[in-house]
Write a protein that binds this ligand. Structure first.
Ligand code: URA
Length: 227
């Protein structure tokens, strides 16, 4: 059994303060009856709770897509730097969402968040082979030989060997790169190993999800079906 205002705030419905006011104002029903006492206790597994007539999804799983701007660390907290959590509205932070994998501070683009630990594990496990697509601007021009080496599994300057990846030159100084693993600074290091210093990097796809026209710094919810 748990207090009504606590159940609702854990569900991310609003802040505890706002929820107390909403309950006192008669906007919350439990099993069809208006409850005006925020401290009244209910079994969250059994109770049918509505706020303003709409059922509240308790402990719901959330998946979010952020178009990450440059300058934010992929971390849940940091003593000195801005983190991607600052771009996540409080209603989702309250639900316990965390970044899935990471993008470098200098990289833009698609970053997923969820409060489902199993899903995070499945998305970042190398066994799952989730393909990620990047748009890169770089010095130098990608050649057919580079394309072949990416496909065969590139050896980085530190000797580590990458899985087969796709390199699609788009012109003299930009390319699409698709990889199915997440080594540290992987795309930048793959390109550098072929003498192409990356000057701009944006992740535009992960699995079958595409960033599309989501504005920079904005988030949207992703349904489990989309994944
Ligand atoms: N590869 C990189 O070099 N940076 C990223 O942020 C992601 C992949």
């Amino acid at each position: 059994m748990k207090r009504l205002d606590k159940i609702l705030s854990e569900a991310g419905a609003a802040s505890r303060r706002e929820l107390k006011d909403a309950i006192r104002a008669g906007r919350v029903t439990v099993d069809g009856a208006v409850i005006v006492d925020p401290a009244k206790q209910f079994d969250e597994a059994e109770a049918q709770i509505c706020l303003d007539g709409k059922p509240v999804m308790l402990c719901r799983t959330v998946i979010l897509m952020l178009n990450k701007p440059v300058g934010y660390l992929t971390a849940t907290e940091d003593a000195t730097e801005k983190t991607v959590m600052e771009l996540i509205p409080e209603q989702y932070r309250r639900l316990g969402v965390k970044p899935v994998g990471r993008l470098d501070k200098e990289t833009e683009g698609l970053l997923l968040f969820t409060n489902d630990g199993d899903l995070t594990h499945r998305l970042i496990s190398p066994k799952s082979e989730v393909w990620k697509t990047y748009y890169a601007e770089h010095e130098g021009t990608a050649t057919p030989e580079d394309v072949e080496l990416f496909r065969d599994g590139l050896t980085l300057r530190d000797g580590s060997v990458c899985r087969s990846a796709e390199l699609t030159p788009l012109g003299n100084d930009s390319s699409l790169i698709r990889v199915c693993e997440g080594k540290y600074h992987q795309v930048r290091r793959m390109m550098a190993s072929r003498g192409m210093h990356v000057t701009y990097l944006r992740r535009i796809g992960e699995g079958n999800l595409m960033l599309g026209d989501l504005p920079l710094g904005e988030i949207r919810e992703v349904s489990p079906e989309e994944l």
